[in-house]
Design a binder for this molecule. Structure first.
Ligand code: STX
Length: 317
């Protein structure tokens, strides 16, 4: 079967910076059909930012594609800033952007941390959400964080894990997230940068089944790594400011009436398939799509096919 792929590259027809208060300014842009059904794309990390290729997941004739860089990353300012930067600030920013753009309801589309934020947003403002496309499910539970940043994924990529932990002295390796956080937020700029590069490369190296050294290197570049590592680590040591570990699962009842796709790669090492399974079990109405030959990345062929197919189906909304 031929798989659906990216739409051709397009430019944004409008962009801007939204002042969301607390000294933060959020970059946002619009592409596709200005009269079309609005869809908001929520990027991963947190701290990953958006790229032009993200527009190409959506049919530009049908959709009004809205893309924003979350606080502190991408083109948002101030860069890598952790002050007033929490899940609930981002949820409020998304609402503020919706009001700014005079949109009643939109489709919310997010992968990885973008799925976490999409759920948090939809559970806070269900009336604003017409449909949900959630990919590479990440629910911010403590065991998911330990799997990725302490022990779990370590057993599948031991050589990359050794590189990751090499910047932390062995007596601090019992709590890697805290050890990284101290360095990423400490006053030693050189040590902070070394920690940022190691942290980001670890994730970049694990995203897809097919090894991608170019991406691992891109993730460990100074510009990308600093915001990505600082913001991720900041969110993770604080458990995403969830009221409890299972908040996003416990509150699924608030969004069960919203049409939803849950798309997950069988061999996802960053956010294991059990996350998607746990979510699907409390959400029987959602369409669960397991991609047997993919990992975590949005651009693996089977994942991209399911994303584009879901947005095809949502043309009925
Ligand atoms: N973090 C997973 C995540 O949201 C636990 C993520 N990892 N890499 C990314 O996102 C990008 C590819 C979007 C940078």
């Amino acid at each position: 079967m031929t798989r659906l792929g990216f739409y051709p590259p397009i430019d944004a027809y409008a962009d801007g910076m939204l002042d969301v208060g607390d000294g933060h300014q959020i970059y946002f842009e619009q592409s596709g059909n200005p009269e079309g059904r609005p869809v908001i794309f929520l990027h991963g990390g947190p701290g990953g930012g958006c790229q032009p290729i993200h527009r190409q997941q959506f049919d530009p004739k049908h959709y009004r594609i809205i893309i924003m860089d979350q606080r502190g990353c991408g083109r948002s300012l101030p860069y890598a800033c952790l002050d007033d930067n929490t899940t609930w600030h981002l949820v409020a920013d998304i609402e503020r952007l919706r009001a700014h753009l005079k949109i009643d309801q939109w489709i919310v589309f997010g992968g990885s941390w973008g799925s976490t934020l999409s759920l948090a947003y939809a559970q806070s403002h269900p009336e604003a959400v017409l449909g949900l496309v959630l990919r590479g499910i990440f629910l911010m539970r403590r065991h998911e964080l330990l799997w990725m940043y302490q022990e779990g994924a370590s057993h599948l990529y031991p050589e990359e894990y050794d590189r990751y932990v090499s910047v932390i002295p062995s007596h601090e390796q019992g709590d890697l997230m805290s050890a990284f956080y101290r360095r990423l937020t400490g006053s030693n700029a050189e040590e902070a940068l070394r920690a940022a590069r190691a942290w980001s490369r670890w994730e970049g190296a694990l995203l897809s089944i097919a090894p991608n050294e170019a991406r691992a290197q891109e993730f460990s570049s100074d510009e990308f790594a600093k915001a990505f590592a600082r913001i991720e680590c900041h969110y993770f040591v604080h458990g995403g400011w969830m009221r409890d570990d299972g908040q996003l699962l416990k509150d699924v009842g608030r969004v069960r009436h919203i049409p939803a796709y849950i798309i997950h790669g069988r061999h996802d090492v960053v956010t294991p398939m059990s996350n998607a399974w746990d979510l699907a079990k409390c959400w029987p109405e959602a369409h669960l799509k397991v991609v047997e030959d993919a990992g975590h990345a949005f651009d693996e062929p089977g994942i991209l096919h399911e994303l584009v197919s879901a947005m095809e189906d949502f043309k009925r909304l």
